[in-house]
Design a protein around this ligand. Structure first.
Ligand SMILES: NC(=O)c1ccc[n+]([C@@H]2O[C@H](COP(=O)([O-])OP(=O)(O)OC[C@H]3O[C@@H](n4cnc5c(N)ncnc54)[C@H](O)[C@@H]3O)[C@@H](O)[C@H]2O)c1
Ligand SMILES: O=C(O)[C@H](O)COP(=O)(O)O
Length: 527
């Protein structure tokens, strides 16, 4: 196996490079590259580790011929073009918890900065002014904190705010009443939060639903004298409206760690009384940076070295323990999908993936992705295990997974059933010696075959002399036979053959075989 190579493209704790090296992954650290500089070198790398500064987009991925994984040492992945990564089979992973406490603490720090005007008081005092009467603050005890987004960071902020004896009202459509009760907070709708909160803090990702959630209209609904903190994402607040409402005194203070445009080197908000800014420092503590660096390096090394997938945003998780067990099944799944995909002639409407015996004890999602990737390969050049489930869903294919824990004839079995307008057909395979994928059933007919290279598929009536006729037709065309695999539904019934051959099978040769007496269908297959 060649040694995988990773590029760390943003400033990261040295722990990341240390772990990559310890795990036997080659690593280069080149923070601060321009997009063109990154495009010029990315073809060399199997992995790309980033924070929020590097923005791996479709152009960068187009140049990244070997890239298998992008690791985000942090939470937000809005800097990574995930659809472009999926289209190329690149797994995108983040570290969803490593900097949550640190970011929650930054939100609380900004809350106090606003309550006591700390930055302005500091600047004034250090300028020798001693303006004691200018900086009258407010207590936070007893005040209501409006939490927009009560996920990982939001709920830590809530617990800290409760410790400060604040009341917490949260707006989050995905927060259940039960969870709110457990957190000791009140679940409210957005309008109630806007009307009631003395302080508002945002902790949602930037999505179509959350973009501009504090719009001019919503900012105008807030309580006079509200103080607002955003440590989540730029774009959640209308910055021009915020400036107007700070100027008018309706909003008493606002602290932004994140901006619509970053780096934010200029903004109409800068210099506005009551406005506090930090340069996207939410995750910037020694502890959080060590956490995310260790996590991202471990996760990327696991994936590159073993196939284990943790915290991926575009593919199912596979544990380090399961990854080696799943590997041969993925090969079997792709081959069975490819076989089914080459044999069906109409649009697929439903795919059922059934696991029997040992396979039923493993996670089926990656196996299903591999089946779908194989199935759609004959009709799509760009399909891969990462994007196959999404493409299948977009094409309206219904996907079902079934487990039978009891063993059948084989200690482990994978059956793929494909439904089309023309009917239902299924293929099944097992592993020989725990490692070698083998076809064991084709359209309900028992047959053993190693699906590899070029194969001739023939469906025919079971008649004496037919096998010889196929053999001699191939021989006359100079096509050498590797293996002959046969199956039939019963004496004189439907029969199928899969013949592995050393040469390509030309169209005229296929026609010649098709004209043999008793042939119902013939195809050249590739694996
Ligand atoms: N400033 C920083 O340096 C920094 C550091 C870490 C994280 N972040 C950002 O903080 C944000 C929150 O991170 P997290 O780890 O808590 O994420 P999370 O996924 O755990 O929580 C997000 C919460 O937002 C809620 N949500 C989604 N849509 C919503 C909507 N329309 N209205 C209200 N709530 C909605 C979700 O239900 C979820 O509970 C992310 O955007 C992340 O990128 C910033
Ligand atoms: O989403 C995150 O994790 C934060 O925005 C941190 O970003 P950073 O790694 O660039 O500091």
């Amino acid at each position: 196996m060649t040694v995988p190579k990773v590029l760390i493209a943003d400033k990261m704790s040295p722990k990341a490079a240390e772990i990559f090296r310890q795990r036997g992954v080659e690593v280069d650290e080149k923070p601060g590259l321009s997009k063109d500089e990154l495009i010029a070198i990315i073809a060399d790398y199997d992995g790309l580790a980033v924070r929020s500064a590097t923005k791996p987009d479709a152009d960068i991925m187009a140049a990244a011929e070997k890239l298998k994984v992008i690791g985000r040492a942090g939470i937000g992945v809005d800097n990574v073009d995930i659809p472009a990564a999926s289209a190329r089979g690149i797994v995108v992973m983040n570290t969803p918890f490593g900097n949550s406490i640190t970011t929650a603490e930054h939100a609380i720090a900004l809350l106090f900065a606003l309550a006591r005007q700390l930055p302005e008081a500091d600047a004034s005092t250090q300028a020798g002014k001693w303006e004691k009467s200018r900086f009258m603050g407010v207590e936070v005890t007893g005040k209501t904190l409006g939490l927009i987004g009560a996920g990982n960071i939001g709920s830590i902020v809530a617990s800290r705010a409760l410790g400060l004896r604040m009341k917490v009202a949260a707006f989050d459509p995905f927060l259940t009443e039960e969870r709110a009760r457990d957190l000791g907070i009140e679940k409210v709708d957005l309008d109630t939060l806007l009307k009631r909160a003395d302080f508002i803090t945002l902790h949602t990702p930037l999505t179509d639903q959350t973009r501009n959630i504090l719009s001019r209209e919503n900012l105008e609904k807030t309580k006079k004298g509200v103080r607002i903190v955003n440590c989540a994402r730029g774009g959640l607040i209308d910055e021009a409206a915020l400036k107007d409402l700070l100027d008018s005194g309706h909003v008493a203070g606002a602290a932004l760690d994140v901006f619509t445009q970053e780096p934010a080197k200029e903004s109409p908000l800068f210099g506005t009384p009551g406005f506090v800014a930090t340069p996207h420092l939410g995750a910037s503590t020694t502890e959080a940076q060590v956490n995310v660096a260790i996590q991202v390096a471990e996760q990327m090394a696991d994936y590159l070295l073993t196939g284990a997938v943790t915290n991926a945003l575009n593919t199912p998780s596979v544990s380090a323990e399961e990854a080696p067990k799943l590997k041969p099944y993925m090969a079997l799944a792709e081959k069975l999908g490819l076989l089914a995909g080459q044999l069906v002639e109409e649009g697929v409407t439903r795919v059922t993936v059934e696991a029997e015996g040992a396979l039923a004890e493993l996670g089926l999602k990656p196996v299903t992705s591999a089946v779908l990737a194989g199935l759609m390969k004959p009709v799509s050049d760009s399909v891969n295990m990462v994007n196959a489930p999404v493409i299948a869903r977009d094409r309206g294919i219904d996907i079902a997974e079934v487990r039978h824990e009891k063993e059948g004839d084989y200690h482990t079995l994978l059956r793929v059933t494909v439904e089309t307008g023309a009917g239902t057909r299924s293929v099944a395979g097992t592993l020989f010696g725990d490692n070698n994928p083998r076809l064991v059933e084709l359209f309900g007919i028992g047959m053993e075959a190693d699906l590899s290279g070029t194969m001739l598929y023939v469906e025919n009536e079971d008649k004496p002399g037919f096998i010889g006729a196929v053999g001699s037709t191939l021989g006359k065309a100079g096509v050498n036979i590797g293996t002959f695999n046969l199956g039939r539904r019963g004496n004189g019934g439907e029969a199928v053959m899969l013949v592995s051959v050393d040469e390509n099978i030309s169209e005229p040769l296929l026609w010649e075989i098709c004209r043999l007496d008793g042939v119902r269908d013939v195809k050249a297959l590739r694996f």
